[in-house]
Design a protein around this ligand. Structure first.
Ligand code: SAH
Length: 347
């Protein structure tokens, strides 16, 4: 039986160059093909018009080009677009385009499902099926960039890794995708416009700092009290706040890049004075800002958005200490595209 064809986009440029040399061709063919695959988004070898028919056939015999397919696109009344993205093996992830007057942000997935168990998140109810490959992450961004040009007459301006999955549990592939997104051969996007959001895995935060990454870091904090955080994000038992704090201090020392804490205020869960005091204290450890996110209900009675005055208490106390706070309104709620609502409902 013939060996299974390899995904050509799993190869680095160097590997592709070496492949051509082994086949008795010039190394620069590797550059040409690489450009077709990444810069020009070719879906078939026949698209590669400056490559000879013979070479294209040879590539066809050895490789496949795996591509994602946007199976379904839903548009929200607020302009948000949600893509259901079909992967080559039939699994589905979701990504979201979020337009504002000044920017277009892509919210992309890093895993199919999620292995973490945040009680308030719809994705946590899906089993983690597998990690996404670098090209599957990259393709989500390209698809949203195209939609941004088509529907908003401008290219994509920002990317957040806040879709399905925990990016730091798929570190290698997320980094490879970001390398491609930021390289001139890919989308040439500045890393400053990319934010990786993590539930907070201390060891991997330190690894990122050691790797001197240049994108921004957001941490889904939601509580600065261990008992409370463990109740709503059970993995906090394994990675308690003291370890998270230490990792974030390390991150800041190495990168000098301010951290964003994402925080939802829930009625009866983290809306008390002691919750606010704990957050204020936690914010004193490392330069940061706080994004207060609106809760997007996921049919779980335990969680309800706290009333406005509770949010205002948070804002007042944080601002008193000179901490920057933003209140983030949800987008795309009517199509289940908001934070924590990505759950392949249409499947
Ligand atoms: N695993 C990563 C990224 C995915 S979640 C992380 O935890 O950061 C993206 C953001 O949505 C996180 O801040 C998460 O805490 C938040 N979120 C999850 N469920 C939510 C919900 N139902 N309402 C509002 N925000 C939610």
């Amino acid at each position: 039986m013939k060996a299974k064809k390899k995904d050509i986009r799993a190869l680095t440029k160097e590997q592709l160059r070496s492949f051509f040399v082994e086949e008795g061709e010039k190394a620069f063919r590797g550059n040409q093909v690489y450009e077709w695959l990444w810069n020009k988004g070719a879906h078939s070898f026949d698209d590669m018009t400056n490559v000879s028919k013979q070479t294209r056939t040879m590539l066809e015999e050895n490789f496949v080009i795996n591509h994602i397919r946007v199976d379904q696109m839903q548009k929200s009344s607020d302009g948000t677009i949600k893509n259901a993205v079909r992967l080559h093996d039939g699994l589905v992830v979701e990504s979201v385009l979020i337009p504002t007057p000044t920017r277009t942000t892509a919210c992309v997935s890093s895993q199919v499902g999620c292995s973490l168990d945040c009680k308030f998140c719809a994705t946590a109810r899906l089993k983690r099926m597998r990690n996404l490959n670098p090209d599957e992450i990259y393709d989500q961004v390209v698809a949203i960039d195209n939609e941004s040009r088509l529907y908003h007459n401008r290219p994509l301006s920002n990317i957040v890794f806040m879709g399905m999955g925990e990016p730091l549990m798929n570190y290698k592939n997320v980094i490879a995708a970001i390398d491609k997104i930021t390289s001139e051969e890919g989308l040439g996007m500045s890393p400053k416009r990319i934010t990786l959001s993590t539930s907070g895995i201390p060891k991997m935060i330190k690894k990122m700092a050691d790797d001197e990454v240049r994108f921004k870091l957001a941490v889904s904090l939601h509580s600065a009290i261990d008992d409370v955080r463990t109740h709503i994000m059970p993995f906090n038992e394994t990675f308690p706040l003291a370890q998270l704090r230490e990792a974030l201090e390390y991150w800041y020392e190495k990168t000098k890049s301010r951290i964003t804490y994402e925080y939802v205020v829930w009625k009866g869960i983290n809306d008390k004075r002691e919750d606010i005091d704990a957050l204020v204290r936690f914010c004193g450890y490392v330069p940061c800002k706080v994004n207060l996110i609106e809760y997007n209900p996921i049919d779980d009675g335990e969680f309800q958005q706290a009333p406005t005055h509770a949010i205002e208490n948070y804002i007042k106390q944080l601002e008193n200490k000179g901490i920057v706070v933003n209140v983030r309104r949800s987008r795309g709620k009517d199509i289940d595209a908001a934070c924590g609502q990505l759950a392949n409902k249409q499947e």
